[in-house]
Design a protein around this ligand. Structure first.
Ligand code: MF3
Ligand code: CO
Length: 256
């Protein structure tokens, strides 16, 4: 069963998501050559706490592991769940995915964006544009009456003409009281798959797209997922509210 939120829950989700979006926006503005990813993560912690929230990533458990950082920072061939590191200094031409997941008053807002560090290769810029575009197309399918598969299929269709890889090992997800609720939202597959969406469901939609092969390898740290062929990977994510009408993106930063 996909959870349907009450009006009160949605009000809190709006706050959690606004915080997550504000933090993401501010972190992305700090990204520049010479910045190391540990400092970026620490700034993420400070910002989240300055808004009265907590990181939903820090101490997140998977099996007997606990995630040791406050945000997920994934550079170049890293796909998701990268850990900030003092020795990882961003250089011109890199890309970095900043993923901010905030817990606020019992509810979670989740969003991510891949940004360029200075000027990047044309092919990498196309990867970023295609992934952002695929997220937009996917969000547009988050409509009452559509199946989850409409979202999945929209990503696959948007990416196909570019020939980029679609990561299959990680999926989007329902989000609310916990980071990962039903449903799972793959970034590929037929429209007929999955349950039908209803108003007041909240979904984290997140295509992860690679320039080369989408095959995944795990780093020795037990968390960081990277491409086996070391090709760059992009990832854009929003938390979205299904409404009786158009989908509403909840992870929108305040102006300024
Ligand atoms: N946005 C990420 C996700 O949906 C947040 C992961 S936090 C971590 O998986 F602790 F798992 F790294
Ligand atoms: Co997510």
């Amino acid at each position: 069963m996909i959870p349907v939120k009450s009006a009160r829950e949605i009000a809190v989700m709006r706050d959690a998501c606004r915080i997550a979006a504000n933090v993401l926006e501010r972190l992305c503005r700090i990204v520049a050559p010479g910045v190391n990813t540990y400092d970026l993560d620490q700034e993420g912690r400070r910002l989240i706490e300055s808004y009265g929230g907590n990181s939903a990533c820090y101490d997140y458990r998977s099996g007997n592991k606990r995630f040791p950082a406050f945000t997920c920072l994934s550079v170049n061939e890293e796909i998701v769940h990268g850990i900030g590191d003092l020795r990882r200094i961003l250089r011109e031409g890199d890309i970095i995915t900043v993923d901010v997941c905030v817990l606020y008053e019992g509810y979670i807002g989740d969003n991510a964006r891949t940004v360029a560090v200075g000027a990047v290769d044309e092919s990498v810029q196309r990867l970023l544009d295609a992934t952002r575009g695929a997220l937009g197309k996917a969000i547009d399918q988050a409509r009452a009456g559509n199946r989850v598969g409409y979202i999945s299929n929209a990503v696959e269709k948007a990416v196909a003409p570019h020939g980029f890889g679609i990561v299959r090992d990680f999926v989007g997800h329902g989000v609310g009281r916990t980071m990962h609720e039903e449903p799972q939202i793959p970034n590929f597959g037929p429209r007929k798959r999955g349950d039908r969406l209803r108003p007041n469901m909240t979904l984290a939609i997140e295509p992860m797209i690679t320039l080369g092969s989408p095959r995944v390898e795990m780093a020795a740290d037990g968390w960081t997922a990277l491409t086996r062929d070391r090709s760059p990977s992009a990832h854009f994510e929003h938390t979205v509210l299904v409404t009786p009408g158009d989908p509403e993106i909840l992870t929108v930063a305040d102006p300024g």
